[in-house]
Structure formats: structure tokens, C-alpha cells
Write a protein that binds this ligand. Structure first.
Ligand code: PMP
Ligand code: GLN
Length: 380
């Protein structure tokens, strides 16, 4: 078989979760919470199924959920997208990203991604016949070098993909990033895909700079989010994309033949949840900040050096005091020999910085899970 995706193997998240299972390691690798979703949400889901909400949802999402998303967006970012023409419910942020890329990237066109970037971006670009152009973030701070982004733009550039809060580093865009981005896009005819799945997991009073706050930027953007992160239910696979009508129409052309619609009962459950607790997400930063702080405190008893975490639910650690193995080998060793699964950073790069000794640990876990991991990490 002549593969269409020669560079792609099995995702690092599957590989490390499988390894964790085989070796009974504490799994701080793949990003998912190990605690329950809000009880009310489970009850709403069960009720939706009992009430017969089990057939195809409307292709774009049930109106009640699209309206709830529009209202929530206005509460958060001061802009209300049109629920009919600008909000599309899809099967997770993964689908939104895939659909958006297929919708706008033609064969031979270029898409700028900022390395390290989430591992689904490049395969989506490849399948569209496009080419990912990788611009590295600062290896220490994970800040964007906007001059390098500008230099990477060519007449073939169709799309720029950004992600704040950032996976894997937790870095967040500040006001100056928005200013530089606006300035850059003013001069170029490029679409923007803003992956904002960790939008509500932000710490220390920082403000999430959603692209939806900025009229000039949102006029050319697909903004992607995921209920999986906000409601601790990564397995439900419901996300959404907010984009201007013309872009939403193109995205929907792909969505309707990719999945047609997303899991209907969960759409009813989220609509109910948002209506009943419209401010639920406001507590998320505080909830995760307590976990982050406790985990970082515990890490100080180990030889792993934690990097700053402004947002998201991942902690990067520098392991150079422990090992000189490359990150993939270190994470395998840590999982198999020491019983803690972590994610290496190299799969998030086209070419990882030489000598980088970083691993990603997920702290979206119960205290008992994190305590068990720390007990093992303290022995390194
Ligand atoms: N983008 C980023 C940055 C992510 O971390 C993830 C998954 N955690 C996704 C997209 C995909 O989200 P979903 O699970 O909703 O498909
Ligand atoms: N986004 C999750 C992470 O970064 C993984 C999602 C997946 O396994 N596809 O860990």
C-alpha cells in the first residue's frame, strides 16, 4: 500500500496510554481528567436518551446548544456570534480542526503551524494536499516570534494555526501577541484557525485572549473549542467551531460528509447544563490552579524542574538533572521502569530543539493519582 501519510504512525497519546496500561504506570501522559463529570450533566445525558433524543441531530447542531454557545461567547468575550450561521457543533475540537483545514486548504497551499503544535494539525494539512510550514516557538518560553511568522508567509500561504493556552507548554498569548497578529494579517490574505480548547483553564488572573474578542481577527477566523476540556468529558467528543458565515458554510460542507452530525444526547445535555449553570466555566481556572499549585509544590521534592504553567492542564518538566536520554526514550523508561507515564515533546515538532530534555505531565487528576505519581518520581 502506498500510504498517503508516510510520516504518521500511531499517536503518541495512544502509544503512551497503552504502555502505561501494560506496565501499570500512573498515567500522567494522555491529557484527560480522572475525576467525574458534573452529576447534573450525566443526569441530563441519561434523560435525553430516555426521552428519545437518539436520532440524528440537525447537521449544524441542535438550535438550543448553538444558542447557548452564542450566549456564552457573548458573556465571555463581548461578542455574540449568530447561532444559525456562525456556530457549528462538531465531534470534538479534533473534528473542527480537520474540517476547517479540509475546507480551506487546496493542494499545494501552505499552512503555518507553530512548533511544538498539537499532533493532529499536520496530518490534516497533508490530507488536504497542503504543506505545513513549521515556525518554532521560543524553546524556553514558548513565545511566538512574530518576525519569523511574517518571514514564513509566501503567496501560497492559506492558513495560520494558533493555540492559546498552548498544548503542550501552557503558554498564553498576551495583548502584544494580538497586536502583532493583527498587524501581520492586515497585510496578508490568510485565514486563521485559533485552537482555544483550554480557554477556561487559565491561571493567576491572566485573561484568555480569545480571537473572538477582536472584530478584525474573528472576521477571518475559525475559533475552535471543546466541551471535553470544560466539563471533564473528553470521551464525549463534542466541540464547536465559531466562524463568519462564509467560513462556517465551507466548514459545514466538510462536516456534513465527515460525520453529518454529532452525538445528539450530549448536545441536549450541554444545552441544559449551560442554561442551568451559565457560569460553570468561571470556576475552572481556580479548580485547576489549586491542582497545579499542589502538584508543583510536590514536584519540588523531586529532581524534575517544573516550567511555568500560565494555562491548560499540563506541566512541563525538565529532566536533565536525572537523565541524558532523549525525550522519547526517557518517557518510555519512566513509564516502564519507574511507573509514571509522561508525554515526550518531540512528536509535537518537525525538528525538536537539539538537547531539549522536557516531558509533559498532565495534572488533571485526583489528588490520590498525583500523590502516587509523586511518590514514584521522588525516587528518581
Ligand atoms: N487541540 C488541542 C490543543 C488539544 O489539546 C486537544 C485534545 N486534548 C484537541 C485539540 C482535541 O480536542 P477534542 O478532544 O475535543 O477533539
Ligand atoms: N489532547 C490530548 C493530549 O494532548 C490527547 C487527545 C488524544 O489522545 N487524541 O494529551
Amino acid at each position: 500500500l502506498e500510504t498517503k501519510l508516510p510520516k504518521v504512525g500511531t499517536t503518541i497519546f495512544t502509544v503512551m496510554s497503552q504502555l502505561a496500561l501494560e506496565h501499570q504506570a500512573v498515567n500522567l501522559g494522555q491529557g484527560f481528567p480522572d475525576f467525574d463529570v458534573p452529576g447534573r450533566l450525566v443526569e441530563s445525558l441519561a434523560r435525553a436518551m430516555k426521552d428519545g433524543k437518539n436520532q440524528y441531530a440537525p447537521m449544524t447542531g441542535i438550535p438550543a446548544l448553538r444558542q447557548a454557545i452564542a450566549a456564552k461567547t457573548e458573556r465571555c468575550y463581548g461578542h455574540r456570534p449568530d447561532a444559525d450561521s456562525e456556530v457549528t457543533v462538531v465531534s470534538g475540537a479534533s473534528e473542527a480542526i480537520f474540517d476547517a483545514v479540509q475546507a480551506v486548504v487546496r493542494p499545494g497551499e501552505e499552512v503555518i503551524v507553530l512548533d511544538p503544535c498539537y499532533d493532529s494539525y499536520e496530518p490534516a494539512i497533508d490530507l488536504a494536499g497542503g504543506r505545513a510550514v513549521h515556525v518554532p516557538l521560543d524553546p524556553q518560553t514558548f513565545a511566538v516570534d512574530w518576525d519569523r511568522v511574517r518571514a514564513a508567509i509566501t503567496p501560497k500561504t492559506r492558513l495560520l494555526m494558533i493555540n492559546s493556552p498552548h498544548n503542550p507548554s501552557g503558554a498564553m498569548f498576551g495583548a502584544s501577541d494580538i497586536a502583532r497578529l493583527s498587524e501581520l494579517l492586515r497585510d496578508h490574505d490568510i485565514w486563521l484557525l485559533s485552537d482555544e480548547v483550554y480557554e477556561h483553564i487559565v491561571f493567576d488572573g491572566l485573561r484568555h485572549e480569545s480571537i473572538l474578542r477582536y472584530p478584525e481577527l474573528r472576521a477571518r477566523a475559525f475559533v475552535v473549542s471543546s466541551f471535553g476540556k470544560t466539563y471533564h468529558c473528553t470521551g464525549w467528543k463534542i466541540g464547536y467551531c465559531i466562524a463568519p458565515p462564509a467560513l462556517s458554510a465551507e466548514l459545514r460542507k466538510v462536516h456534513q460528509y465527515n460525520s453529518f452530525c454529532s452525538f445528539a444526547p450530549a448536545q441536549w445535555a450541554f444545552a441544559e447544563m449551560i442554561e442551568a449553570e451559565p457560569e460553570h466555566y468561571l470556576g475552572l481556572g481556580e479548580f485547576y490552579q489549586a491542582k497545579r499549585d499542589r502538584f508543583r509544590e510536590q514536584l519540588s521534592t523531586t529532581r524534575l524542574k517544573p516550567l511555568p504553567v500560565p494555562g491548560g492542564y499540563f506541566q512541563l518538566v525538565d529532566y536533565s538533572a536525572i537523565s541524558d536520554l532523549d525525550d522519547a526514550a526517557f518517557c518510555r523508561w519512566l513509564t516502564i521502569e519507574k511507573g509514571v507515564a509522561a508525554i515526550p515533546l518531540s512528536p509535537f515538532y518537525e525538528s525538536p530543539p537539539a538537547g531539549q530534555r522536557l516531558a509533559r505531565l498532565c495534572f488533571a487528576k485526583n489528588e490520590a493519582t498525583l500523590d502516587a505519581a509523586i511518590e514514584r518520581l521522588a525516587k528518581l
